[in-house]
Structures are given as structure tokens and as C-alpha cells.
Design a protein around this ligand. Structure first.
Ligand code: URA
Length: 242
């Protein structure tokens, strides 16, 4: 499958995407003997790719991981401010596994990471709209009108978002936990929807992605997906069934 060169170099552990873009721009990457240009694509299974005169080393072992991301960890593979990243929570010899979408630094919960480029592309493509369920801890009361507002089409930062499915997951003496299910993956979407509905978010956790949950994965740890789960994800994105 053809993919952007910088994505291939990142998946094969050569460099981050940004550094890969620089290597391409500097003319240090060749595809089938021709100097590549920024924006070029290639198929790592069919094309000869060289970086700095050396052929791309063997395909990394395919891996897709479900991480229970803690709060305070950034969803990138390296951070210029030196903060703890999701990569720090995985074995260093697993190479570069790209996060599938983002969770804010203050958000915890289910995050997939993969070096399977085709799966990554499918899962992040807006047309697939895989269900993402969040638990949202709200301080104080939750007016029915607020739940209703989030269940109707909203405009966030000038752009419409699809209605969320909202229900009360837990009710405390002075707080609520809402279950909020969305299909899109816009930046800060749940926090922005809550703010628009007048709700103050205390804590946010992604508890489900399609058929995948955090069951059996403690806070801060991870597990590799099983082949049948990966197959199901591929199929589900194909059928729009999750
Ligand atoms: N929505 C948010 O506001 N933040 C996240 O991290 C994920 C979804």
C-alpha cells in the first residue's frame, strides 16, 4: 500500500515524521533510485527506499497496543518540553508505534498505538467514525437541558459536530459521571461540547473504542491486541460496523 514517505520512515523507526520530512527535503531519501520530494508516496513492499544511501531495514514486527493512558502523559512520541510521553510507557525495543488519534494530556483512558500503517489510516479517517465512549466527571448538578444540548447538533469553534449519545453513568451526592459517545475525533471535542453545554469537567476518561474496552488493563499499563481483534478492527472499519 502506498503511503507518504515520512509516514513510512517513521513506522520503520528511521526518524520522527518531522525529521523524516527534513531528510526528504534535504534530498537524502531515494525511491527506486530517484531522489524523493516532500509529498511523495511509496509502497515499502514494492519500492526500493533508501535513506542516506542505505536501504530501509526490514519491516518492523507488526504491533497494535491498547494503552491505559494515565493523566499527565502526552500523546506524542517525543516532546520538546521533556514531558513523559506515551512512548515512555512501552518497551523501548518496540520502536515507533503511532498513537491512533489523540487524548489531551489531562485525559486518561483507552489509546491505541500501532505500526500498522493501513490500520492507522483506516482508524483515523473521519469517514469511519468509530464510536468513542468517554466518562466525564462533572462537578455539581447536570441540568437536563445540558444533556439535551449535547445530544443535539452543536457548533464547536465555528464548525458543526454530530450529536453525542449522552446518559448518566453514575450519580454521586454532589457530582455526576456522564457517558458521552461520539463518532468524530476533533481536538478537545468532549471538553468543548461540555463547555458549550455549561458543564465543568473535572475528569475525562475514554472507556471504549468500538468493541475495545479497558477491561483487564490497569491504569498506566497496556496489552497487545490479539490477531482476531486486529482483524475485527480492519473489518469493522471496512463495514462501518463499530
Ligand atoms: N475530547 C476531549 O476533549 N479531550 C480528549 O482528550 C478526547 C476527547
Amino acid at each position: 500500500m502506498k503511503q507518504r514517505l515520512q509516514k513510512i520512515l517513521s513506522m520503520y523507526g528511521v526518524a520522527s515524521r518531522r525529521t523524516a520530512e527534513r531528510l526528504i527535503a534535504e534530498g537524502r531519501v531515494k525511491v527506486n533510485g530517484q531522489k524523493a520530494r516532500l509529498g511523495d508516496s511509496a509502497d515499502p513492499d514494492a519500492d526500493d527506499i533508501e535513506v542516506g544511501g542505505r536501504p530501509l531495514a526490514g519491516r518492523p514486527e507488526p504491533r497494535t497496543v491498547l494503552l491505559h493512558k494515565p493523566r499527565g502523559v502526552v500523546c506524542t512520541l517525543s516532546d520538546e518540553k521533556g514531558r513523559r510521553t506515551v512512548r515512555d510507557l512501552l518497551p523501548p525495543d518496540w520502536g515507533r508505534l503511532a498513537p491512533v488519534g489523540r487524548l489531551d494530556i489531562g485525559t486518561e483512558g483507552l489509546l491505541l498505538l500501532t505500526n500498522d500503517g493501513a490500520l492507522h489510516q483506516k482508524l483515523t479517517h473521519p469517514s469511519h467514525g468509530i464510536e468513542k465512549e468517554y466518562h466525564v466527571w462533572i462537578e455539581g448538578d447536570v441540568p437536563v437541558a445540558a444533556v439535551k444540548a449535547m445530544s443535539l447538533p452543536m457548533v464547536i469553534e465555528g464548525r458543526p459536530v454530530q450529536p453525542a449519545r449522552v446518559s448518566v453513568a453514575r450519580r454521586g451526592a454532589a457530582s455526576f459521571v456522564l457517558s458521552v459517545t461520539i463518532h468524530e475525533g476533533r481536538h478537545h471535542q468532549v471538553r468543548l461540547m461540555c463547555a458549550e453545554a455549561g458543564l465543568a469537567v473535572n475528569r475525562l476518561k475514554r472507556v471504549r473504542l468500538g468493541f475495545l474496552t479497558l477491561e483487564g488493563v490497569p491504569y498506566g499499563s497496556y496489552r497487545e491486541l490479539k490477531p482476531f481483534e486486529i482483524k475485527r478492527l480492519h473489518q469493522a472499519t471496512h463495514d462501518h460496523a463499530i
